[in-house]
Design a protein around this ligand. Structure first.
Ligand code: SF4
Length: 221
């Protein structure tokens, strides 16, 4: 996605509430939304992140970057962990069902906050990571935004994922290796093990002149 125009004065930009899943995934959306003519205010609502220490660590990283580097407003909204357990956790390892419910819970809370604070536009940093379920998230944002009378600003930020990895490393930001919930932590651990097994097998195949096995898919986080 090419930005439409260079970043103009803050006062002339369109206010937008940006649901943020973590610090590293916020870098590029804030940059490119500003270049497009929006002024994002970040909204944190992520009751999916487990354990609580991990949740607090990600929020801390985001808050420091927002205040010290990006100079972007940040609101901490509700983190309804009971609702997450009731509405999302029962889907267990059915990832499609689980993530859709998780997006809906978080984005609905962000929309509620947007309405409460007079925003007309809503977006999410979940459109950065290629490991999110892109279409499910886009559809969910469109649905909850419509229900709250808001305009969804959905952009495909995935081409900037590599840039976000580099930028966040340059800033010394903590980068997690799983999406957030306990199910994703288990899935990511299994994926990493599958990758280690594949590398071992591929090395053995090379040594023995055999064809290498197919590379497994992955869910690093
Ligand atoms: S993998 Fe991520 S989006 Fe999906 S349910 Fe877990 S925390 Fe939510």
């Amino acid at each position: 996605m090419e930005p439409n125009r260079a970043e103009g004065p803050r006062s002339r930009r369109v206010p937008l509430l940006l649901h943020a899943c973590c610090g590293p995934c916020s870098l590029e959306p804030v940059k490119y939304l500003r270049m497009e003519g929006f002024e994002p205010t970040i909204c944190w609502t992520n009751p999916n992140i487990q354990p609580l220490a991990e949740h607090d660590r990600r929020l801390d990283v985001l808050e420091k970057w927002a205040s010290d580097v990006a100079h972007v407003g940040l609101m901490v909204a509700g983190d309804d962990r009971d609702s997450w357990e009731r509405l999302v956790a029962p889907a267990g390892f059915d990832r499609a069902r689980r993530c859709r419910a998780c997006y809906a819970l978080r984005l609905a809370e962000a929309c509620r906050v947007a309405r409460e604070h007079g925003f007309s536009h809503i977006s999410t940093t979940l459109a950065v990571s290629p490991y999110q379920l892109f279409d499910a998230c886009r559809e969910t944002l469109a649905g909850v935004a419509k229900a709250h009378g808001l305009t969804p600003v959905w952009r495909d930020f995935r081409p900037y994922y590599g840039e976000s990895v580099e930028d966040s490393r340059d800033l010394g930001m903590y980068r997690q290796n799983y999406c957030g919930c306990r199910f994703s932590a288990a899935e990511a651990a299994m994926d990493r093990q599958a990758m280690r097994d594949w590398r071992k097998e591929a090395r053995a195949a090379r040594r023995e002149g055999r064809e290498a096995p197919p590379r497994p898919g992955g869910l690093p986080g």
